[in-house]
Design a protein around this ligand. Structure first.
Ligand code: AMP
Length: 178
Protein backbone atom coordinates (compact mmCIF):
# COMPACT_ATOMS: atom_id res chain seq x y z
CA UNK A 1 0.00 0.00 0.00
CA UNK A 2 1.38 3.41 -0.92
CA UNK A 3 1.83 6.12 1.68
CA UNK A 4 -0.53 9.04 2.08
CA UNK A 5 -0.15 11.37 -0.90
CA UNK A 6 -1.17 14.96 -1.45
CA UNK A 7 -3.23 14.70 -4.61
CA UNK A 8 -3.87 18.41 -4.45
CA UNK A 9 -0.21 19.03 -5.28
CA UNK A 10 -0.53 17.24 -8.65
CA UNK A 11 -4.03 18.34 -9.70
CA UNK A 12 -3.66 21.41 -11.90
CA UNK A 13 -6.33 24.09 -11.56
CA UNK A 14 -7.03 25.91 -14.79
CA UNK A 15 -9.22 29.00 -14.61
CA UNK A 16 -11.77 29.76 -17.31
CA UNK A 17 -11.58 26.34 -19.00
CA UNK A 18 -13.48 25.19 -21.01
CA UNK A 19 -15.37 28.45 -20.64
CA UNK A 20 -15.19 31.64 -18.61
CA UNK A 21 -16.05 31.21 -14.93
CA UNK A 22 -15.21 27.47 -14.72
CA UNK A 23 -12.20 26.37 -12.68
CA UNK A 24 -11.09 23.13 -14.34
CA UNK A 25 -9.49 20.46 -12.11
CA UNK A 26 -7.07 18.64 -14.40
CA UNK A 27 -6.29 15.07 -13.36
CA UNK A 28 -3.65 14.51 -16.05
CA UNK A 29 -1.07 15.60 -13.44
CA UNK A 30 -1.97 12.43 -11.51
CA UNK A 31 -1.46 10.19 -14.53
CA UNK A 32 2.07 11.42 -15.25
CA UNK A 33 3.07 10.92 -11.60
CA UNK A 34 3.30 7.16 -10.92
CA UNK A 35 3.22 7.43 -7.07
CA UNK A 36 0.10 9.63 -7.30
CA UNK A 37 -1.63 7.27 -9.71
CA UNK A 38 -0.70 4.26 -7.58
CA UNK A 39 -2.01 6.07 -4.51
CA UNK A 40 -5.41 6.58 -6.20
CA UNK A 41 -5.80 2.94 -7.23
CA UNK A 42 -4.57 1.68 -3.83
CA UNK A 43 -7.08 3.92 -2.06
CA UNK A 44 -9.93 2.74 -4.26
CA UNK A 45 -9.06 -0.91 -3.62
CA UNK A 46 -8.86 -0.21 0.12
CA UNK A 47 -12.27 1.51 0.11
CA UNK A 48 -14.15 -1.22 -1.73
CA UNK A 49 -12.27 -4.45 -0.99
CA UNK A 50 -14.66 -5.70 1.67
CA UNK A 51 -17.82 -4.74 -0.18
CA UNK A 52 -19.98 -6.70 -2.54
CA UNK A 53 -19.16 -4.99 -5.83
CA UNK A 54 -19.92 -7.19 -8.85
CA UNK A 55 -18.64 -4.74 -11.49
CA UNK A 56 -17.36 -1.23 -11.99
CA UNK A 57 -18.95 1.09 -14.53
CA UNK A 58 -16.88 4.05 -15.69
CA UNK A 59 -17.76 7.15 -17.62
CA UNK A 60 -15.96 8.26 -20.77
CA UNK A 61 -13.22 9.14 -20.91
CA UNK A 62 -11.22 10.10 -17.83
CA UNK A 63 -13.24 7.69 -15.70
CA UNK A 64 -11.93 4.80 -17.82
CA UNK A 65 -8.34 5.53 -16.88
CA UNK A 66 -8.88 4.98 -13.16
CA UNK A 67 -11.48 2.24 -13.49
CA UNK A 68 -9.36 -0.09 -15.64
CA UNK A 69 -6.54 -0.80 -13.14
CA UNK A 70 -9.12 -0.96 -10.34
CA UNK A 71 -11.17 -3.60 -12.20
CA UNK A 72 -8.06 -5.63 -12.89
CA UNK A 73 -6.90 -5.48 -9.27
CA UNK A 74 -10.38 -6.39 -7.96
CA UNK A 75 -10.96 -9.11 -10.55
CA UNK A 76 -14.32 -7.64 -11.58
CA UNK A 77 -15.83 -6.65 -14.94
CA UNK A 78 -15.32 -3.15 -16.29
CA UNK A 79 -18.42 -1.69 -17.95
CA UNK A 80 -17.89 1.28 -20.26
CA UNK A 81 -20.50 4.04 -20.23
CA UNK A 82 -20.00 6.16 -23.33
CA UNK A 83 -21.35 9.19 -25.07
CA UNK A 84 -24.11 8.58 -27.58
CA UNK A 85 -23.11 6.85 -30.82
CA UNK A 86 -19.82 5.28 -29.67
CA UNK A 87 -20.96 1.77 -28.69
CA UNK A 88 -21.68 -0.62 -31.57
CA UNK A 89 -24.17 -2.99 -29.88
CA UNK A 90 -27.68 -2.48 -28.53
CA UNK A 91 -27.70 0.04 -25.72
CA UNK A 92 -29.63 1.44 -22.80
CA UNK A 93 -29.47 5.23 -22.95
CA UNK A 94 -30.31 8.31 -20.93
CA UNK A 95 -30.39 12.00 -21.84
CA UNK A 96 -29.54 14.50 -19.17
CA UNK A 97 -29.22 18.24 -18.80
CA UNK A 98 -25.89 20.00 -18.92
CA UNK A 99 -25.30 23.60 -17.94
CA UNK A 100 -26.08 24.45 -21.56
CA UNK A 101 -28.02 21.90 -23.63
CA UNK A 102 -28.25 18.16 -23.12
CA UNK A 103 -26.04 15.08 -23.40
CA UNK A 104 -26.74 11.38 -23.70
CA UNK A 105 -24.96 8.38 -22.17
CA UNK A 106 -25.19 4.77 -23.32
CA UNK A 107 -24.18 1.33 -22.08
CA UNK A 108 -24.26 -1.99 -23.92
CA UNK A 109 -27.30 -4.00 -22.87
CA UNK A 110 -25.17 -7.14 -23.04
CA UNK A 111 -22.67 -5.75 -20.51
CA UNK A 112 -25.20 -5.23 -17.69
CA UNK A 113 -26.62 -8.19 -15.78
CA UNK A 114 -29.84 -7.98 -13.74
CA UNK A 115 -29.15 -8.02 -9.99
CA UNK A 116 -25.54 -6.87 -10.29
CA UNK A 117 -24.29 -4.41 -7.67
CA UNK A 118 -22.22 -1.89 -9.59
CA UNK A 119 -19.81 0.82 -8.45
CA UNK A 120 -20.06 3.82 -10.77
CA UNK A 121 -17.12 6.14 -11.20
CA UNK A 122 -15.83 9.22 -12.97
CA UNK A 123 -12.74 11.35 -12.52
CA UNK A 124 -14.68 14.21 -10.94
CA UNK A 125 -18.14 14.77 -9.45
CA UNK A 126 -19.50 18.29 -9.91
CA UNK A 127 -23.31 18.55 -10.03
CA UNK A 128 -23.75 14.77 -10.05
CA UNK A 129 -25.81 14.87 -13.26
CA UNK A 130 -23.45 12.60 -15.18
CA UNK A 131 -23.32 9.91 -12.47
CA UNK A 132 -27.08 10.10 -12.10
CA UNK A 133 -27.54 9.44 -15.83
CA UNK A 134 -25.13 6.52 -15.50
CA UNK A 135 -27.28 5.14 -12.68
CA UNK A 136 -30.31 5.45 -14.95
CA UNK A 137 -28.81 3.34 -17.77
CA UNK A 138 -27.58 0.65 -15.36
CA UNK A 139 -30.98 0.45 -13.67
CA UNK A 140 -32.65 0.03 -17.06
CA UNK A 141 -30.59 -3.15 -17.29
CA UNK A 142 -31.84 -4.33 -13.88
CA UNK A 143 -28.60 -3.61 -12.00
CA UNK A 144 -28.26 -1.61 -8.79
CA UNK A 145 -25.71 1.05 -7.99
CA UNK A 146 -23.70 0.05 -4.92
CA UNK A 147 -21.73 3.29 -4.73
CA UNK A 148 -20.56 6.39 -6.55
CA UNK A 149 -16.87 7.28 -6.70
CA UNK A 150 -14.98 10.31 -7.99
CA UNK A 151 -11.27 10.95 -7.65
CA UNK A 152 -12.22 14.61 -7.13
CA UNK A 153 -15.45 15.91 -5.53
CA UNK A 154 -16.87 19.43 -5.66
CA UNK A 155 -19.49 19.22 -2.87
CA UNK A 156 -20.27 22.94 -3.09
CA UNK A 157 -22.01 22.14 -6.41
CA UNK A 158 -24.50 20.06 -4.40
CA UNK A 159 -23.99 16.66 -5.96
CA UNK A 160 -25.37 15.14 -2.74
CA UNK A 161 -28.80 16.51 -3.61
CA UNK A 162 -28.79 14.94 -7.08
CA UNK A 163 -27.29 11.59 -6.05
CA UNK A 164 -29.48 11.22 -2.93
CA UNK A 165 -28.74 9.70 0.46
CA UNK A 166 -29.30 6.02 -0.26
CA UNK A 167 -26.13 5.31 -2.22
CA UNK A 168 -22.74 6.14 -0.64
CA UNK A 169 -20.57 8.69 -2.46
CA UNK A 170 -16.80 8.59 -1.95
CA UNK A 171 -14.00 10.82 -3.24
CA UNK A 172 -10.26 11.10 -2.64
CA UNK A 173 -9.96 14.88 -2.63
CA UNK A 174 -12.59 17.57 -2.25
CA UNK A 175 -12.60 21.26 -3.13
CA UNK A 176 -14.95 23.78 -1.60
CA UNK A 177 -14.97 26.59 -4.15
CA UNK A 178 -12.35 28.90 -5.54
P1 AMP B 1 -21.32 16.68 -13.35
O1 AMP B 1 -22.24 15.90 -14.23
O2 AMP B 1 -21.77 18.12 -13.20
O3 AMP B 1 -21.10 16.02 -12.02
O4 AMP B 1 -19.92 16.81 -14.11
C1 AMP B 1 -19.00 15.78 -14.05
C2 AMP B 1 -18.34 15.56 -15.38
O5 AMP B 1 -17.92 16.78 -15.99
C3 AMP B 1 -17.08 14.72 -15.22
O6 AMP B 1 -16.99 13.86 -16.36
C4 AMP B 1 -15.95 15.72 -15.18
O7 AMP B 1 -14.82 15.22 -15.86
C5 AMP B 1 -16.50 16.96 -15.87
N1 AMP B 1 -16.33 18.20 -15.08
C6 AMP B 1 -17.32 18.99 -14.59
N2 AMP B 1 -16.83 20.05 -13.95
C7 AMP B 1 -15.49 19.95 -14.00
C8 AMP B 1 -14.40 20.75 -13.48
N3 AMP B 1 -14.63 21.88 -12.79
N4 AMP B 1 -13.14 20.31 -13.70
C9 AMP B 1 -12.91 19.16 -14.41
N5 AMP B 1 -13.88 18.38 -14.92
C10 AMP B 1 -15.16 18.76 -14.73
Amino acid sequence: MSKSFSLDSVIRKIPDFPKPGILFYDITGILVNPPAFKYCIDQMVKMYKGERIDAIAAIESRGFVFAAPFAERMGIPLILIRKKGKLPGQTWSCSYALEYGTAELEVHKADVQGGQRILVMDDLIATGGTLNAARNVLEQGGARVAGFFGVVGLPFLDYAKVLGKDIPVQTLVEYFGE
